[in-house]
Each structure stands twice: as C-alpha cells, then as structure tokens.
Design a protein around this ligand. Structure first.
Ligand code: ADE
Ligand code: ZN
Length: 327
C-alpha cells in the first residue's frame, strides 16, 4: 500500500473545513451563472482559485459564497463537500459556514439552514458520513453584527448545529473583543473554537483560550513563539486544527520541508495536532492529500500519521458512545 492509499484508508475526522471554501470550481461556475453573479475575467474557472495570501483568497471565497443563493444551492454545495470528505476517507466532519456573507446578499438564515441540514441528513443516509455544523463569525464585521449572528444562529442549535467559530482575517481583528459574544454562546450550550495564531501573534491564541474559552484552536501556528503557552496547551490537551496546504498558499510559511515550519515545530513540541483541509478545492487538496503531504514533507512514519488520525477522533465534539463506535 503506498502512502496515498494509506492516507486515504486511515479512519479520520475532518474538523476544519469552510463550506464556501469547499465548492469545486465547476459548481462555482454553474451557480454563478444560474444566479447572475458577475465573475472577473478568466480562461478556465480554476484560474480564479489562484492567490497567494489570505486577503486575496477571502475575496474569491466571498464571491463563491455570493453564488450560493437558494436552499437547493446550499444543499448542492454541502452534499458535494461532504462527498469529497468521504471520498478522502473522512469518517466524520465538523465544518464551518459563514452565514453573514449570505445574509448580506439578502438570504435568510432559514433558507441557508434548510438546504444545509437536509444535505447533512442525505450525506449520512447516502454514504454514511456523519457531520456537524459550526457557524462562524466574520471577525472583520462589527461586534453588534456578531451578536446578531448569534441571535439568528441559536434557534438552530441542535445535535447538528453544535458550536461557533471565528474566522476571516485575524491580523487586524484579534479575538479579545468577541469575549461577550462567546460568553453568550457558551451560556447557550454552544461548543467554542476560533481561528487564532494563523496571521496574528501567540497572544491571540492565549486570548482565545482565556477570554473566549475556546476548546480548540484553528491553525494556531504562532503559538510556537511563546514556549510557556506551548507547555500550557500541552498540559491542557488543547487540539490545534492545522492545515498544511493552507500554510503553503495563504501564509508566509511556504515550505513544509523547512525545519522552522510551525507545523514541524508544533509536532516536535508535542502539541496535539489534527490535520485538516481548510478549503479543499480552493487549495487544490483533500483530507487524504493533507496527511500524505505531511508524511512526505516532514518524513513522518505511518504510526505518526495514524496517531494524528486518532487525534482527530479525540478532538471531535462527539459524545463518547459515538466515538467508541469509530475506534
Ligand atoms: N476562511 C476560509 N479559510 C480561512 C482561513 N484560512 N483563515 C481565515 N478565514 C478563513
Ligand atoms: Zn480556516
């Protein structure tokens, strides 16, 4: 069995995937045409999935999101994204979606959730992939908007809509101001995670833990700049959902073979890492490829890759009875 086959066969969970980032280019084109969304000039639609930094990426990400309009569109992109996870050997998925960009295009939360939740049910019935949804706050918008987000999301809280996240550009938008929103979400029984330490400093990871009370950190690479914080995260068994291809394309850590790549340093430090895709077709990847890439570029043996896959099951927000069935 070669490494790709091994990575594909590994039982693993996807815990960090953005729905609008998981729309394949052909579906993007189809939906943009159907819904009359103007696109920049391109020769092949895949050309629009090229960028080399987060800000440029997020512009296309928003354009993809704007192409998704009715409940059937939400169903289509969710079903395809989950099928893609299953094809890569994902056994379970927790995924983000960004309701505010759709809301700004005039789409109701009812429309979004009806298509999404039906597709999650259908994916479970048709190919056995169990999934959970984590609506995420766009940190570039106001705190008032994030309270409004929460008020609109909470009525949908269920065994399928289980938590909230915080995404978009972290560098100018640190986590601290979102504390009251996270406090309210926690009181309402939501699980909590946030993007931190992707573009922002280690202090953002600390603030996400201390102020937002998050249980996991998405990306978190710059934690490595604060050795004391690293020790604390190990002691507290904090999981970091790291996304290898995303670092190569959207951050300045371009070389996964480099000794100072933060994922290498995080592994060496003994942090609990979960390997994820972030935005699979937009970053030309899938979950198995991310494991294979790490294995190849960081010379990880199969035991280590299997341990990473076990981390994904441990860090999943599943109740223990379900998790036991997957082991
Ligand atoms: N949305 C989609 N991918 C993202 C990333 N890597 N960072 C922040 N927001 C995102
Ligand atoms: Zn992300």
């Amino acid at each position: 069995m070669d490494l790709d086959q091994f990575a594909r066969a590994l039982p693993k969970a996807e815990l960090h995937l953005h729905l609008a980032g998981a729309v394949n280019a052909q579906t993007f084109l189809k939906l943009a045409r159907k819904n009359n969304v103007p696109l920049p000039p391109f020769q092949h639609i895949e050309d629009l999935y090229r960028y080399d930094n987060l800000v440029d990426f997020l512009q296309i990400y928003d354009l993809v999101a704007r192409s998704v309009v009715d409940a059937d569109d939400f169903h289509l992109i969710t079903y395809e994204a989950l099928a893609h996870v299953a094809k890569a050997g994902g056994r379970y998925a927790e995924f983000f979606f960004s309701p505010q960009v759709h809301q700004d295009a005039g789409i109701s939360y009812e429309t979004m959730f009806s298509g999404l939740l039906k597709a999650m049910d259908d994916a479970e019935t048709d190919f056995g992939l169990v999934s959970r949804l984590i609506p995420a706050i766009n940190r570039e918008l106001t705190i008032d908007r994030s309270f409004e987000f929460l008020d609109r999301v909470l009525p949908f809280r269920s065994d399928k809509v289980i938590g909230i996240g915080l995404d978009y550009d972290e560098e100018p938008f640190p986590p601290a101001p979102f504390k009251p929103v996270y406090d309210k979400a926690k009181k309402a029984g939501m699980r909590l995670t946030a993007h931190a330490g992707e573009g922002g400093p280690a202090a953002n990871v600390r603030d996400a833990l201390d102020l937002l009370s998050v249980e996991r950190i998405d990306h978190g690479y710059r934690v490595i700049e604060d050795p004391e914080l690293v020790v604390r995260c190990i002691d507290d068994n904090i999981a970091f959902t790291v996304c290898p291809s995303s670092t190569v394309i959207l951050t300045h850590w371009r070389d996964l073979t480099a000794a100072d790549h933060p994922i290498r340093a995080m592994l060496d430090a003994g942090l609990k890492l979960v390997v994820d895709t972030d935005d699979p077709p937009m970053l030309q990847t899938d979950l198995a490829k991310e494991y294979r890439l790490l294995g190849e570029t960081m010379s990880l043996d199969r035991r280590t890759l299997a341990d990473l896959a076990l981390n994904s099951l441990d860090a999943a927000w599943l109740d223990d009875s379900v998790r036991r069935d997957w082991r």
